[in-house]
Design a protein around this ligand. Structure first.
Ligand SMILES: NC(=O)C1=CN([C@@H]2O[C@H](COP(=O)(O)OP(=O)(O)OC[C@H]3O[C@@H](n4cnc5c(N)ncnc54)[C@H](O)[C@@H]3O)[C@@H](O)[C@H]2O)C=CC1
Ligand SMILES: O=C(CO)COP(=O)(O)O
Length: 328
């Protein structure tokens, strides 16, 4: 199958960074933005000022306000917008094509993973998921980055990884889409918690405890959904969990810091906060855990905290007074 041309749908920070990665890999890339003026400006300046200010994009990237045919599609809109985006597309465009899902979140209402949304909306597309420790600014600037790319067919996934790999962007092929998607979605929820720990000055020890117990919770969820907990040892699991849960560069971590410092979710959102996927995913993850009968005290705690149903002192007291148990 030809893997020469790439259409990236979604021209925010991550879509722009993935367009740059694919261009560095030698592909001919079209970045599809919904704002025609932004597409024109990108074509004129080779900078997507709204998404990655000052970052010069390679010349084999062009922008379009209309979806174009391509050998590879990459979807890079927020998790809650993926279904809307797919609704607006002619599904025939994606028939038989690899479609790389790069959003990290679970859908409100349906509890769906991104690949479930794709299967629903474009059943003839071939779904892959890409996730791992990778800030858009790092990827776009050519700083070394490694991610997981998971798909059902091992040989086709390796070919796709090769088509997207460049000197500074290294996708590792994998086969567990469930594990990768749950890891990418839940790490944002735990990053809110870890940011809150920092915002409330609860200490680095508490943050590491959250990371480790979050990892255990993630493993229970992946197992219950039929994925492999082993996936979590990789880039999409351990890699992204540690990055997002320890870095103030993470938007989820920043949102958590604001909550931990005493601000309310509605006020932070009203203040024009950057996208923090964990805010929408926390209640969905809590509902999913409940439906699977999975014990998920941290997801439940973040859900309650973000929704303003409990303050941080009450949440910490609740978590610390749970019955003692064996670690594994
Ligand atoms: N920024 C980063 O470092 C990384 C982001 N991601 C994930 O990528 C996804 C997107 O994040 P960002 O690009 O960073 O967010 P962003 O806020 O920078 O950009 C989102 C873009 O999606 C566009 N959009 C929203 N709804 C749309 C629709 N219905 N149709 C077309 N375009 C639409 C917006 O106009 C905006 O350009 C999120 O799930 C995020 O977790 C993953 C890895 C790294
Ligand atoms: O997913 C990311 C890094 O891997 C980006 O995290 P934030 O969305 O929290 O900035």
């Amino acid at each position: 199958m030809a893997l020469e041309t790439v259409a990236v749908l979604g021209g925010g920070a991550w879509g722009t960074a993935l367009a740059q990665a694919a261009a560095m890999a030698g592909r001919k890339v079209t970045l599809v933005l919904r704002n025609p003026a932004q597409a024109d400006a990108l074509n004129a300046t080779h900078v997507n000022e709204a998404a990655l200010p000052g970052q010069v994009l390679l010349s084999n990237i062009s922008a379009s306000a209309e979806p174009v045919p391509a050998d590879i599609f990459i979807l890079a809109v927020p998790a809650q917008a993926t279904r809307t985006l797919l609704t607006s597309l002619d599904a025939k465009l994606l028939t038989g094509k690899p479609v790389v899902l790069s959003a990290k979140g679970l859908e409100t209402g349906t509890l769906a993973r991104q690949s479930e949304i794709l299967a629903d909306m474009a059943p003839d597309a071939i779904g892959y998921v890409l996730s791992g420790p990778s800030f858009a600014a790092d990827v776009a600037a050519g700083r070394p980055t490694a991610v997981t790319l998971a798909g059902d067919d091992a040989s086709a996934t390796s070919d796709l990884a090769t088509a997207l790999a460049g000197p500074s962007f290294r996708p590792y092929a994998a086969d567990d889409r469930i594990g990768v998607e749950i890891a990418g979605s839940l790490k944002n929820v735990y990053a809110l918690a870890c940011g809150a720990v920092e915002g409330a000055n609860l200490g680095a020890s508490a943050r590491s405890a959250l990371i480790a117990r979050g990892y255990a919770e993630m493993a229970r969820m992946v197992h219950a959904l039929g994925g492999s907990a082993h996936t979590l040892t990789g880039l999409a699991g351990l890699g992204d969990l540690t990055l997002t849960c320890t870095s103030v560069q993470s938007r989820n971590y920043q949102f958590g810091m604001a909550l931990g410092a005493g601000r309310r979710t509605a006020d932070i959102l009203a203040g024009g906060a950057k996208l923090a996927e964990g805010v929408a995913t926390a209640p969905v993850a809590a509902a999913l855990a409940k439906s699977l009968d999975v014990d998920a005290p941290l997801v439940d705690a973040v859900d309650a905290f973000v929704a303003g149903r409990a303050d941080i002192a009450t949440i910490v007291a609740g978590l610390m007074s749970r019955p003692l148990k064996r670690e594994h």
